[in-house]
Design a protein around this ligand. Sequence first.
Ligand SMILES: Cc1cc2nc3c(=O)[nH]c(=O)nc-3n(C[C@H](O)[C@H](O)[C@H](O)COP(=O)(O)OP(=O)(O)OC[C@H]3O[C@@H](n4cnc5c(N)ncnc54)[C@H](O)[C@@H]3O)c2cc1C
Length: 347
Amino acid sequence: MLFLPHVPVQMMNVRENTSLLALNTFRVDVNTRYHIEVSDVQDIRNFIGSELHAIQPRMILGGGSNVLFTGDYNGCILHPSIKGIEKTSEDKGSVMIRTAAGENWDDFVRYCVENGWCGLENLSNIPGTVGASPVQNIGAYGSEVRDSIETVEAIDLETGRTRVFSNRQCRFAYRNSIFKSELKNRMIITHITFRLKKDHNFNTSYRELNKELSLYPETNLGNIRDAVITIRKRKLPEVEALANAGSFFKNPLVDQTGLDSLKRSHPEIPFFKDAYGSIKLSAAWLIERCGWKDRRIRNVGTYKLQPLVIVNYGGASGSEILEFTQKIQRSVQDHFDIVLETEVNII
Ligand SMILES: Cc1cc2nc3c(=O)[nH]c(=O)nc-3n(C[C@H](O)[C@H](O)[C@H](O)COP(=O)(O)OP(=O)(O)OC[C@H]3O[C@@H](n4cnc5c(N)ncnc54)[C@H](O)[C@@H]3O)c2cc1C
């Protein structure tokens, strides 16, 4: 543990017994005992040196677009609002961009596209913060953020020490990383360095994206971003209109034996090989096959165009949403003997 001087709570940006309604995209109406905004690295050190550091449980909350609160949070929420984007180096083919955790993800993607830096354009329009992007290794339209991450800087909330994780040390996997597993809520990510390409080696192999791009006169960074946003707006509900947290479940992975046995009873089951060489099934297809497409129970439902997205029609509690999703999990397990894992963090 680093020596950190005792810091009075009055010196910190702390709110007590405060609502999280506007701070989670499921719009679940819960309170937290403490909400602490940290706007620079010193604020994090101040927190570690304060009496609030002893309070448990403790969690980190970015934009709240990948969480489901099932009740009041009787602990400390740390919210990183650290800002800043800087070019740290550059060579003929690439630029290194160090970005702070509190920057808005999509504003950052737009900034990269406007500067002609390639790598993040397929990840346009994903809600949330830059700091959360490595946590579940955000992915869309054939890209994952791990492809562009050089290092992740984080502070260990137990010891106060700064750690710099190389791409390999982040242990990125499908919707997972060391920050969502072993080091969840222990490491607070402060900055990420992205390696972005100046030469435009686009990734447009994803079928739907390719099809959309055929409507544009040429394939360039701006048009890819535009096409991705168009597809997403067509398929996904805007959180401002219909509260949700994106895909609620991960696509399940199976081995060849598992797939062969599923194909015997369901020959039409769709599957594909992912970037890690694993066999992935479509969670949306499984859910739909179990009769959950566009189903609603009181204030919770599956989105009509994408059953993987669970929506709060207004006023649903976190436990009501959780109960609904557990019903879906049970159906899929009974029907296919597959356990759907949640992508959203249940709290
Ligand atoms: C409409 C919609 C569409 C979406 N589409 C996609 C998609 O296409 N692909 C995809 O991958 N995701 C998608 N998501 C999920 C979500 O946007 C991403 O997971 C996003 O990265 C979450 O960012 P956030 O800042 O809101 O994180 P939060 O929801 O606040 O937190 C998510 C997790 O990260 C941790 N965390 C957050 N910040 C930090 C930090 N600085 N240091 C350490 N831990 C931290 C939290 O503790 C929590 O466990 C979508 C969500 C919505 C609502």
